[in-house]
Design a binder for this molecule. Structure first.
Ligand SMILES: NC(=O)c1ccc[n+]([C@@H]2O[C@H](COP(=O)([O-])OP(=O)(O)OC[C@H]3O[C@@H](n4cnc5c(N)ncnc54)[C@H](O)[C@@H]3O)[C@@H](O)[C@H]2O)c1
Length: 340
């Protein structure tokens, strides 16, 4: 079967592609515009690894260009789409909001149109825990309202879920939205905390800790995410004619539509996370405590109930192991000598 993975040079796209490459019956078609949001080298290096496999193909394409994507999907007889390409990052959305409108709204609309015109069997796409915004009802559950995003990034992702619903309803396109909770691990994004903390501690620079360290996150290991996506792709949502329209669950529908949290379901305090990085690096950090940043969510914690009921309980990597795997990768990738 032929699968399109958008954002395949990205962090989650890379791990998801690696996971699906193992399934020999899958032909993967990766696309990415290799933007310069962070160091392109890491994107090219991820692609180098993926291209070693016969069942992985890559083309540099931008999802805002409808015609090019349409022709590529048609030519390669794509049946399934995993849509991960987007402008990610909460803080960047305050500085460059237009990037989010272009990639996350126009790009997403293009993907939906392609699903409609080329009768794609299932669209699995990236949403985010950030959609929970002002919600303080822990753990976050998909059947609760998440209508109060607190920055444009989250607003575009929430919009994706609503846009997907309209297409699932109108054109019977099965769609599954994945609300990822802080994904981390080897080949991770240089703009994210684990990467930045590790880099600065090694370089003996200060690490910036927002909200005076009073944050907690539900950290999700990258390979767990890839594994879950590879299962979800073939769990195609069906129509639910008996869906209760008087007491709406926002994450389900009469249409073939589903929204799921993808998480480890465990809360880790940011300061404990940092302690673990220090332990692995055998170095103390120099901390610069700062106030809460606009647009940041103080705590995240996800309910895993809906996902576990849907695909069975999937084992997840403990954050202490995950940090170790990341730091082992980081040192190898950047050729860091332990004695430094
Ligand atoms: N990493 C996380 O913790 C996390 C959490 C929640 C949601 N997400 C979402 O998961 C998805 C993947 O995130 P990631 O962490 O791998 O980010 P990433 O930035 O590493 O990957 C995204 C990839 O998409 C590409 N891209 C961006 N705009 C594009 C465009 N217009 N056309 C083609 N390619 C484009 C980028 O070049 C990049 O390689 C994103 O949709 C992100 O919003 C990630």
């Amino acid at each position: 079967m032929n699968i399109l993975i958008t954002g395949s040079a990205g962090f989650i796209g890379f791990h998801t592609s690696l996971k699906l490459i193992e399934k020999k019956k899958c032909q993967l078609f990766g696309i990415d515009n290799i933007n310069n949001y962070y160091d392109k080298k890491i994107k090219y290096d991820r692609l180098e690894i993926l291209k070693r496999n016969k069942n992985f193909n890559f083309k540099k394409l931008d999802i805002t260009n409808y015609k090019n994507i349409f022709n590529y999907v048609k030519k390669n007889k794509i049946e399934y789409i995993i849509h991960l390409a987007a402008q990610a990052g909460v803080r960047h959305s305050l500085k460059k909001p237009r990037d989010y409108i272009n990639s996350n709204l126009i790009g997403f609309f293009n993907i939906l149109e392609i699903c409609k015109k080329l009768k794609i069997k299932h669209l699995v796409y990236a949403s985010t825990s950030s959609v929970y915004g002002l919600n303080q009802n822990f753990p976050f559950r998909e059947d609760k309202i998440a209508d109060h995003p607190i920055q444009l990034y989250a607003a575009t992702k929430k919009s994706n879920e609503i846009m997907a619903h309209s297409y699932s309803h109108l054109y019977n396109i099965p769609t599954t939205g994945c609300r990822f909770f802080t994904v981390y691990g080897p080949w991770g994004r240089p703009d994210m905390s684990l990467f930045k903390f590790t880099k600065n501690i090694i370089e003996k620079k200060k690490i910036e800790i927002f909200n005076n360290g009073n944050h907690s996150r539900d950290f999700t290991y990258c390979k767990d995410v890839a594994n879950i996506i590879s299962i979800l792709l073939f769990k195609i949502p069906k129509k639910r004619p008996k869906f209760n329209k008087k007491n709406l669950d926002p994450s389900l529908s009469t249409a073939p539509f589903n929204i799921l949290n993808i998480s480890s379901g465990k809360k880790v305090k940011l300061l404990d996370f940092i302690k673990e990085i220090e332990l692995n690096l055998k170095k103390k950090s120099k901390k610069k405590f700062l106030p809460m940043q606009t647009g940041d969510i103080k705590d995240t914690l996800s309910s895993k109930k809906k996902l576990s009921k849907f695909i069975g309980n999937q084992k997840t990597v403990n954050y202490k192991d995950g940090i170790k795997y990341f730091i082992d990768w980081y040192k190898k990738y950047y050729k860091i000598n332990d004695s430094i």
